[in-house]
Design a protein around this ligand. Sequence first.
Ligand code: SF4
Ligand code: SF4
Length: 78
Amino acid sequence: MMLKINQDHCLGCGACVIVCPINQQICPEITGGNGPDTTDVIMLVENGIIKLFHPEKCNECLICNTTCPTKAIYHGDK
Ligand code: SF4
Ligand code: SF4
């Protein structure tokens, strides 16, 4: 399963970016509400749009999906 984003449903709120434990390990500053300043993270919001940078780092914990208000971030086969 791969991490996916349905851009039609994403609000650009950034909640998924902040709650992701892997993102927090890579960029601890995000837990303080600051946007990650590195594209080493799995995903971040740029110009109001969520972008995937390193989906391969995802451990499929599903916390982002649980947190996302619209379930725009999810795991799918393709
Ligand atoms: S499922 Fe992947 S991207 Fe989502 S919070 Fe967990 S590690 Fe992060
Ligand atoms: S995928 Fe969901 S939680 Fe992440 S920025 Fe978009 S709406 Fe917010």
